[in-house]
Structures are given as structure tokens and as C-alpha cells.
Design a protein around this ligand. Sequence first.
Ligand SMILES: [Zn+2]
Length: 179
Amino acid sequence: MFDLRVRKFGDPILREKAKWVEKITSEERDLLFCMARIMAENEGVGLAAPQLGINKRIIIADTGKSLLKLINPQILEREGEDLLSEGCLSLPEVFVPVNRASKIKIEGLNENKKIINLTIEGFLARIIQHEIDHLNGVLIIDYASPERKEKIKNNLEKIANHTRMILKVKEKRKYQRKI
Ligand SMILES: [Zn+2]
């Protein structure tokens, strides 16, 4: 079904613009189910489909009480701002202070094709903005100041090298399967 690794920095899929979901089928529902499991396994609070190598506009977020699943999420309004250090499952041990809107109005679809309209604030609003960034190929490191970039440089290189190694092994396996 899906190749369910959390893709790390250096994997080109993290820089792609994810595709709009035209039709919600059992495939999307299966993906949402897998995303929830992988997010929990990795102790994350949010996950976007491209982080699993799936080029679709689908995100999930832990609201603290339940799991918010959104297909084709859009931010309709932004209000206020808030600066906080953020991490990312695709960038282990990298933290970057990111300025985000403190309150947002969003719209999207749930897995049953129902339109979801929500006004959210605080940490959940931050998670949603972070995950929507993933759908646009944007990562927290893009918000880093030159000083912060210098500090995380070695760490990023380490992650990217590791990703390159994994991608090479995957490529080799693909080739081996063909012959
Ligand atoms: Zn992330």
C-alpha cells in the first residue's frame, strides 16, 4: 500500500507542492488512518501527507482532545502573531523560532466529504499552519535567521546525508526487483 516512512530533510518530496485531492475515496481514508498511527508512534502533534511521501493535500493534528483530519485545508483568515520555537518530525533535533498567526479561520473537508469550518487559536493554530506549510513545500528552516541557520547547519547536513543514503538504498532495491 504505502511506503510508510517519515520522510526527512533532503527528500525532494518535502519541497514539492502537494496536489489538491479531487476525490475522497477509501485510499484517502486509509492514508488518514496510517497518518494517525505514524504520528502517534513518533509522538508528534501533527503530520502532513508529504511527510509520508504522499503528494496530497491532507493533514492531521492532535487537538489535545481528538484528532483533526483535514483534506484540502485552507486558511481563510489570520489574526495576531505569536513567536515560538518549533520542531518537525522531518527535521529531528532541529528547532527554529517561527512567527505565526495566533488565530486562524480554516476550511477543509473531513474524510466523509463534510466541509469543516473552524476558528482556532494557540498551539493548535500553530500546528495547522505548520502542516499547511508542508503542503506547500515549506519547512521551519525557511524561517530561520542567518544566525540560526549557522547553528543548525551541521545538523541539517547530517540529516540530509542520512536521507541520501536511504534514497540510494531504495533506488537499488527498486532496480533489483526489476531483474
Ligand atoms: Zn513538520
